[in-house]
Design a protein around this ligand. Sequence first.
Ligand code: DC
Length: 236
Amino acid sequence: MSDVSDSEVPIITVDGPSGTGKGTICSYLTDWLQWNFLDSGALYRVLALAAQKREIVNDNEDALAELAENLNVEFKVAGGGSLVNVVLDGEVVTDEIRTEEAGNAASLVAPIVAVRKALLSRQKAFHKAPGLVADGRDMGTVVFPDATLKIYLTASAEERAKRRLKQLMQKGISANLRDLSASIAERDERDSTRAVSPLKPAEDAIIVDTSTIDIDAVVAKISELVVNKIPDLPNK
Ligand code: DC
């Protein structure tokens, strides 16, 4: 339960499937507002990695929940704002958790009720002054239902696959559009049809479709939403 002072600390939630520009928008908001940042997907990615390292299979829900409860993960701010190094058991795993495989592995542990429960208080702990930007799937629906502003980013699966391909090519990683589209569609399906905390917009979320507008236009639109909703921002 939030106390009075907590409830005065604003929260902006940014939910939606992967490839919609959530990461870019959250980095922008975090750097602009100088607020705290929760990358909830990174928690699920780290958990999946920690489970692989300990050879815990996805069927072993009790062991996964215990691991989630005791996960030795730190988010170390690296250079200010949204630049964060993810450290698991003392080892930097920032790049390791960013792969397509790590995203799929995260999506496979994410439906487990006890895992989500174990990660809940860890996520809520990011809610500190002067404010929080929270990136995920269920930030506006489950983790921060009283958030000040809820944004839900969406884009066509085809456009998201193209963006992902471009990102991978820029990193020198080869991939093909058809495989990427299939993998994205499979992950979307799993994330949005699971019984607990499925990917869906909160009833009071503002939906922004990024399929046909470039990232600068998305930033402009969201900045306007933030200024209108949170008028007394210190860093406008
Ligand atoms: O946002 P991401 O791609 O880093 O998330 C990886 C997976 O983690 C995603 O496919 C589903 C899961 N996830 C979740 O279930 N709930 C969240 N709030 C964030 C991520």
